[in-house]
Design a protein around this ligand. Structure first.
Ligand code: HAM
Length: 433
């Protein structure tokens, strides 16, 4: 019979041991754990926001003319008539929570991190999904470029820690709304005489969101744009100084980066610093992560003027890169003990011992369904347990078990009442050969 239900296009089922690393729940958990550890090290606390928000929030923050808002949002009307949207990104949602919960009044810098799913109605392909997970941070309360350096450093430290060896950091300053407005006039004046040579998409961007013209992949458009004016010439003194100080910090920290004047990213909220971390192992969807400053955004959504910066790192893309690099991850924790029972009388004792071992914090397994000794030993090997704990009728009669090391076949008879203690002490108790 054909399978009746399939997961929606562009989504993943996660389960242990999946062939595609992006679908492997254990590997995903490993990335999340490493990210959480790093965030603690850098002083970031977790924020969790709802999976959906008022549609207006994203329109106002991300920008009406962006691809995300104009084409990709999962927007629905509730029975009560409200318009809600599954979060396509988290920056707007985290800032809404920051304002709504009065965090600005605490003063200082609020440093928040998240591990969350996001939803975008995109053309699904390798590395681009309709539900994807990001590991992200948002740091709010200062314009100090030292914070920019910290945030970028944290993203790079994560990739280093999990083993993404090959990556590049692209860096740009996209100025402020004011300097960008002046630049856009110059850019449009430059492009206009060539507009007929631009793709229909380029022509549409020219009208609605001209900065995004720089984001093109078309060789012809790039050739034309090679002589276009650069945003860097339009930065104010403050913006130029901020960018210079940040680059100094990165250089001092030994961080390699590429200055990319065409890096504009697909959000209206960025000001000053914008960055992207790219991998050569990803094909077309080569951004492992990206972020930047958004100094006017808190005020824009109704909070006090509060500068901020953050990033989002793509979990699926990180796993695709790690698989391409064949990076070994720490093995899943295998059980210490595998309980094998032979005969009727041994079973209840085995079930009890299993519970006692687990209560003592010793990872333990058993075989379900009565099977031969050989089948159970094979199962213990397959589970990659350290010890088989064998309970037969004879052993039960004597109140003991046979402990067998599966690595080298070493065996020892241990009183049932002492098994937990033995396995807790494990190597210490075992006499050397
Ligand atoms: P973003 O560049 O749209 O930024 O997403 C961040 C990362 O999420 C991307 O670099 C990519 O690795 C991953 N990603 C995005 N869309 C998809 C998709 N459809 N399928 C798979 N992976 C995807 C943001 O969302 C900003 N909110 C980041 C930020 C935080 N900026 C400041 N703070």
């Amino acid at each position: 019979m054909p399978l009746k239900y399939q997961r929606p296009k562009g989504t993943h089922d996660l389960y242990p041991g999946a062939d595609s690393w992006a679908d492997d729940s254990a590997r995903r958990q490993h990335l999340e754990e490493q990210f959480r550890l790093l965030c603690r090290l850098y002083g970031y606390g977790e924020v969790r926001t709802p999976a959906f928000e008022d549609t207006e929030l994203f329109k106002r923050s991300v920008g009406e003319e962006t691809d995300i808002v104009s084409k990709e949002m999962y927007t629905f009307e509730t029975k009560g008539g409200d318009s809600l949207t599954l979060r396509p990104e988290s920056t707007a949602a985290v800032l809404r929570a920051y304002v709504e919960n009065g965090l600005p009044a605490r003063g200082g810098v609020a440093k928040l991190f998240y591990c969350a799913s996001h939803f975008r109605y995109e053309r699904a392909q390798r590395g681009r999904y309709r539900q994807h997970e990001q590991l992200g941070v948002e740091a709010l309360g200062t314009d100090d470029p030292a914070l920019d350096a910290e945030v970028i450093g944290l993203a790079l430290a994560f990739f280093r820690r999990v083993g993404v060896r090959s990556l590049s950091l692209k860096l740009n300053s996209v100025g402020s709304l004011e300097s960008r407005a002046a630049y856009l006039i110059a850019l449009k004046a430059f492009v206009e005489p060539h507009l007929a040579e631009f793709s229909p998409e380029g022509q549409a961007r020219f009208q609605t969101n001209a900065l995004r013209l720089l984001d093109t992949k078309s060789a012809r458009e790039l050739e034309i744009l090679a002589d276009a004016p650069l945003l860097s010439s339009y930065l104010s003194d403050d913006e130029r100084a901020h960018f210079g100080t940040l680059r100094g910090y990165l250089t001092d920290a030994g961080v390699a980066y590429e200055n990319d004047p065409f890096l504009v990213r697909g959000f209206d909220y960025y000001t000053k610093t914008a960055f992207e971390i790219q991998s050569p192992d990803l094909g077309a969807q080569n951004a492992l992560g990206g972020g930047g400053r958004y100094n006017p955004l808190v005020e824009r959504i109704g909070g006090p003027p509060t500068p901020g910066i953050g990033f989002g790192l793509g979990v699926e893309r990180t796993l695709i890169a790690l698989q391409a690099l064949a990076v070994e991850m720490p093995p899943a924790p295998f059980p210490t003990a595998y309980i094998i029972t032979l005969g009727e009388a041994a079973r209840p004792a085995g079930v009890k011992l299993l519970a006692d071992l687990r209560a003592a914090g010793i990872a333990s397994e058993t075989e379900y369904g009565a099977r031969s000794m050989k089948a159970q030993m094979r199962a213990a090997d397959r589970a990659r347990a350290r010890y088989a704990v064998i309970l037969g009728d004879d052993e039960i009669a004597q109140g003991a078990v046979q402990l067998k090391s599966l690595a080298d076949g070493w065996q020892h008879r241990v009183p049932l009442a002492e098994v937990v203690e033995w396995l807790e002490g494990d190597d210490n108790r075992r006499p050397s050969a």
